[in-house]
Design a protein. Structure first.
Ligand code: CU
Length: 163
């Protein structure tokens, strides 16, 4: 058996660390939100004025309804996410890059729980609520997703546009 080159080991450790960081660290500094989904804005204040409510339904067909949402930049949104299925689903906000990396991590560590301001884990028949302030404009082909193993690859994702 050939020894594994040390450089490859460093690469593996660095990759794992990057995944772990992407998945679960928050480094707030000087009041600027730098946690999950920071490229989409920041956690919303439930007491903000002019909150827009958007209802999203999750199904066992591995779909979000609607599968696309459009938001005005600067708007604080109350996302009311109902699980209409008979299995658990998640609603996680993020950029395509973040969500794809995170989905890969979830395949390896299916028991990973999400307790983050950009994420909801919703039991069957229940409804979860998440407040988010969309401070950055852009169009993300994947802006929210369910990252439970198999769900993301089955198409459980939605498009996000902020103008
Ligand atoms: Cu799901």
């Amino acid at each position: 058996m050939r020894p594994i080159p040390i450089a490859a080991l460093f690469f593996l450790v660095a990759t794992f660390q990057a995944l772990a960081d992407a998945a679960h660290t928050h480094k707030p500094k000087a009041g600027v939100y730098t946690g999950h989904a920071a490229d989409l804005g920041e956690p919303g204040d439930p007491k903000a004025r002019n909150i827009r409510t958007i209802e999203i339904v999750m199904t066992d067909q591995m779909r979000f309804q609607p599968a696309q949402i459009t938001i005005t930049r600067g708007q604080t949104v109350k996302l009311v996410v109902k699980n209409a299925g008979e299995t658990k689903h998640e609603f996680i906000l993020g950029t395509p890059d973040e969500l794809i990396k995170h989905a890969a991590a979830m395949e390896k560590f299916p028991e990973m729980e999400h307790d983050d301001p950009n994420a909801l884990s919703v039991e069957p028949g229940k409804t979860g609520t998440l407040y988010w302030k969309f401070t950055k404009s852009g169009v993300w082909e994947i802006g929210y997703a369910c990252l439970l193993p198999g769900h993301f690859t089955a198409g459980m994702k939605g498009k996000l546009a902020v103008y």
